[in-house]
Design a protein around this ligand. Structure first.
Ligand code: NZQ
Ligand code: ZN
Length: 388
């Protein structure tokens, strides 16, 4: 039975080839100064930077540069971005890049007019913004996080080895996002598949909870099937526009909160992955893939019916004569075969974790209560060891 919920998503999306031209509709809505947020330089190499600058100039904007946002953006970079925004009294934060740039822009947006330290306020104390929020717009160049249409903003404190996400409300979500699948075509294959696994796991996190029949889970299954189909095409031919555009759209729907509506959600793979990320700075999607199979095999007995349904509805395992347990195991085996085929990390050892780090990593893992089992610290250690 679906529980009660409210659904509101204020982000306006412009999707498709050439969608960047819609900046001409959006930019006039904001004041003259735009903080242009981007990463380590991929947008300069791909030409997206030049196109965005041309649109900003054509709309008479003063551009304040804020490049160098790293994957897994840090507290130091966040404080620098806040300083840039304050010094220049910016009217719009325009993130051009992947989830890291979009997340960072949101973290800056809630901190510019706030006197307190953003890491302590939003990430350690989990408070909500009470100050004026600077509007955010995104031009997405990597499909994966869903940050283009949600309130999530994940920040890493490298010294403390903590990677923490805050999901802000609708006031902080991007006002608009431009999604041109062509912009994702320059992604290195490893980043593409990390993004694909991130999408798939976002769906899993919202699917593996509860046992009832509900539309949110039906939508989740359709999205998962599509991601598997399109990923196999994209891995063979990264230039396949049909597959890449489907992947980009699936990423948005996987985490704009729609498929979580009316049901509980898990998010334990993300908690494990984030802690691994805090210690290794590894690529987000790879931290998830590396812990997923040990985690799902561990919780499978507690959510057997759903895992059996997953096998039949997502992986086309034939149910005839099989017990729920046999079906569930076959579904996870099919998922493992797919993960091997697309080439995601299957162990945290590959990401730099060694056995002596496990206890320290476990200390930073936040247990979640919405899935099939709330992990104890011993369970966390067991799953991490099985992921080595
Ligand atoms: O920095 P540049 O030079 O731009 O290169 C980036 C970066 O090295 C590169 N890249 C992006 N688009 C490219 C490209 N290279 C060539 N061509 C392109 N078109 O890809 C690398 C990774 O970029 P990044 O933005 O870090 O990846 P992603 O989109 O996976 O974002 C990861 C961050 O988002 C957080 C993660 O934890 C991580 O910090 N997440 C945010 C979520 C949210 N807002 O809801 C949810 C997710 O679960 C996730 O936690
Ligand atoms: Zn994710």
């Amino acid at each position: 039975m679906l529980g009660q919920f409210t659904y509101y998503n204020p982000t306006k999306l412009y999707f498709g080839e050439g969608a960047l031209r819609y900046l001409n509709e959006e930019l006039p809505k904001y004041g003259p100064t735009v903080q242009l947020i981007y990463g380590g330089g991929s947008i300069k190499r791909s030409g997206v930077y030049d196109q965005v600058i041309a649109a900003l100039k054509a709309n008479g904007k003063r551009v304040v540069e804020d490049g160098g946002v790293m994957p897994n953006p840090t507290t130091e970079k966040l404080r620098e971005g806040v300083r840039i925004a304050r010094e220049n009294q910016v009217d719009l934060l325009l993130a051009v890049g992947g989830g890291s740039c979009c997340d960072y822009a949101k973290a800056v947006s809630v901190s510019v007019h706030c006197d307190e330290d953003p890491w302590e306020k939003y990430y350690l104390r989990f408070e909500e913004p009470t100050c004026e929020i600077v509007p955010v717009g995104c031009v997405l160049t990597m499909a994966g996080t869903g940050s283009e249409m949600n309130g999530g903003a994940v920040i890493t404190d490298r010294a403390a080895k903590l990677k923490i996400g805050h999901v802000f409300g609708s006031d902080v979500m991007p006002r608009f996002s431009v999604l041109d699948p062509r912009f994702t075509m320059t992604l290195p294959k490893r980043q593409m598949v990390a993004g694909i696994y991130d999408i798939f796991n976002h769906i899993c996190e919202q699917y593996f909870s509860g046992e009832d029949e509900n539309v949110s889970d039906d939508l989740a299954e359709a999205l998962m099937k599509g991601v598997v189909r399109d990923s196999l095409v994209a891995v063979r031919d990264p230039g396949d526009y049909e597959a890449r555009s489907n992947i980009m759209w699936a990423a948005t729907w996987a985490l704009n909160t729609l498929i979580a509506k009316g049901k509980s959600t898990d998010w334990m793979v993300h908690m494990l992955g984030q802690s691994v990320g805090g210690f290794t700075d590894a690529t987000h999607g790879m931290t998830l893939s590396a812990v997923s199979l040990p985690y799902y095999r561990f919780i499978m007995p507690f959510g057997l019916k759903k895992f059996a349904r997953f096998a039949v509805n997502v992986w086309d395992v034939r149910p005839d004569g099989k017990s729920d347990r046999e079906l569930a195991e076959a579904g996870l085996a099919a998922m493992e075969a797919w993960m091997k085929e697309i080439g995601v990390a299957l162990s945290i050892g590959e990401l730099g974790v060694t056995a002596d780090m496990i206890e320290d990593i476990a200390d930073t893992v936040e247990p979640m209560t919405g899935g099939y089992r709330t992990l104890t610290r011993d369970d966390v250690v067991r799953v991490l060891r099985a992921s080595l």
